[in-house]
Design a protein around this ligand. Structure first.
Ligand code: NAP
Length: 282
């Protein structure tokens, strides 16, 4: 799967954030979130939703322009944000990120491991390198970011980690060997981390979206897979998704808010399917 990657160790942060732009309510609460993959789809929606809850949001993405766009949306609504370019599969860049974020917005209280890649990997033709490249981003990248920000989260009065997995983390799908394996690992990583970090007051949960209308679901011709006859027939007409439609990314963000909030004081190690009821059927 060809990927556009920045050079190793490259971190660039946008200077659009100024301390003076912190709202007074933010100064009162002072919580900071880091969202990976915040330039697009689910990550952008979660970043904007967290900013509405008065968190300052570090928008991290491989695509700096996209991350800046999300940060600008937050800033123009009166929130606080900054954009950072990072490849979560680049250990050196990830290791340097906490200091840059802390120097810009402050130490991180909420980490949303959202960045990920999809892609088909039929078992008949997949190579081990294809599998490794998906695991490197979807699994190892999330682990690397988590480990890098642990010291921030341990210092927080309300440390929260939210991993964006997938219903493919607990259901099989054809031609999805690498992606399904990466998301299944993320699901159980969530449970293990919840056990390990409980004594530090860090609650760790995951969301498992079903079909979501984002750029990841675009076909090569620009249409979404949700417009295809097979999707309409199986998932809509035959109600394989009981709600008969894909999710809007904002609907995933709504589910994210509770897990990231200080109001969540007793839910940890859990994985919530946000799938229109898909995994409730058989
Ligand atoms: P998306 O629109 O493609 O957004 C993903 C973002 O992550 C993009 O901005 C992408 O940047 C960025 N990214 C990719 N690799 C990265 C890396 N190595 N380092 C930093 N950023 C990177 O996808 P989405 O649909 O919002 O997906 C977000 C998460 O939800 C993913 O983990 C995905 O697996 C999960 N999910 C999605 C669906 C769905 O139906 N859409 C369903 C279940 C789970 P570039 O654009 O530059 O690559």
């Amino acid at each position: 799967m060809p990927r556009r990657l920045p050079s190793k160790g490259f971190i660039k942060y946008d200077k659009i954030f100024r301390i003076g732009q912190r709202s007074s309510s933010m100064q009162k609460h002072g919580r900071v979130a880091l969202v990976t993959g915040a330039g697009s789809g689910i990550g952008a929606s979660i970043a904007i939703a967290l900013a509405r809850e008065e968190l300052a949001v570090a928008c991290a993405d491989l695509d700096l322009e996209a991350a800046e766009q999300t940060a600008k949306t937050i800033l123009s609504a009166g929130g606080a944000a900054a954009a950072f370019q990072v490849d979560i599969s680049d250990d050196q860049a990830v290791a340097g990120l906490p200091a840059v974020v802390a120097g810009t917005l402050g130490a991180v209280d909420v980490l949303v491991n959202n960045a990920g890649i999809g892609g088909e990997s039929p078992t008949s033709s997949v190579s081990i390198d294809d599998v490794r490249s998906v695991l490197r981003i979807n699994l190892e990248g999330s682990v690397a970011v988590t480990l890098a920000f642990l010291s921030h989260l341990k210092e927080s009065a309300s440390g929260r980690i939210l991993n964006i997995a997938s219903i493919q983390g607990f259901r099989g799908a054809r031609d999805s060997l690498a992606y399904g394996a990466s998301k299944g690992a993320l699901v159980n990583l969530t449970r293990g981390l919840a056990c390990d970090l409980a004594d530090d007051g860090i609650l760790v949960n995951a969301l498992a979206p079903g079909f979501v209308d984002t750029p990841m679901a675009r076909l090569p011709d620009g249409a979404t897979e949700y417009e295809t006859d097979w999707f309409q027939s199986i998932y809509v007409e035959n109600a394989r998704i009981p709600l008969r439609r894909p999710a809007d990314p904002d609907e995933i963000a709504q589910a994210a808010l509770f897990f990231c909030s200080p109001q969540n004081t007793y839910v940890t190690g859990q994985v919530l399917a946000v799938d229109g009821g898909m995994t409730a059927t058989f």
